[in-house]
Design a binder for this molecule. Structure first.
Ligand SMILES: Nc1ncnc2c1ncn2[C@@H]1O[C@H](COP(=O)(O)OP(=O)(O)OP(=O)(O)O)[C@@H](O)[C@H]1O
Ligand SMILES: [Mg+2]
Length: 158
């Protein structure tokens, strides 16, 4: 799938489409440099999954993961400050998030800690106001989400 080039409002719309399609057990890894838009996308995905606007969705700073109530639970994790994989194992991140959607910023810091089926979304700054998104799926559920993004992009271009 070719990279998708998005300004902020479109990136948010794609995020909402992904969140609306999410099912319990889904995992989305958000990868890219500082300021790439991982948290922006995580917010929009959470909104799509039914997390109400009055719930602030920001990168968890003092804990590795926070849970938001939506149509399904949304677990938002950020591995940027994580010491090592044993810390993740201790938290039981993947097990704890199995009842809902798991969003993982900086997932590339600890890819081994994630389950097998993950939608990997890599964001890279294109122009100051645009981001290039590359999506790759590693199993049936992530493939279903990737297909949602592909259809969304096709509809946008039509
Ligand atoms: N097309 C775009 N999509 C998303 N964000 C954009 C876009 N254009 C500009 N931005 C800006 O880029 C920044 C993205 O910030 P965000 O916190 O989402 O990044 P991040 O990848 O989570 O960074 P960090 O690794 O520091 O947490 C915001 O300031 C946002 O306004
Ligand atoms: Mg962030």
């Amino acid at each position: 799938m070719a990279p998708i080039l998005l300004r902020r409002p479109s990136l948010r719309r794609l995020g909402r489409a992904l969140g609306a399609a999410a099912q319990p057990g889904d995992v989305i890894a958000l990868v890219g440099p500082l300021g790439a838009g991982k948290t922006h996308l995580a917010q929009a995905i959470a909104r799509g999954a039914g997390v109400p606007p009055e719930t602030r969705v920001t990168s968890p700073t003092f804990s590795v993961v926070v849970e938001h109530a939506g149509r399904l639970p949304v677990h938002h994790a950020d591995l940027y400050r994580l010491g090592d994989a044993s810390e993740l194992a201790e938290i039981g991140l993947v097990e704890r998030a199995a009842d809902g959607l798991l969003l993982v910023e900086w997932a590339d810091r600890m890819p081994g800690a994630l389950p097998r089926d993950v939608l990997w979304v890599t964001l890279s700054p294109a122009r100051p106001d645009e981001r290039s998104l590359t999506l790759s799926a590693t199993g049936p559920r992530s493939e279903a989400l990737r297909a949602v993004a592909e259809r969304w992009e096709a509809a946008r271009r039509a």
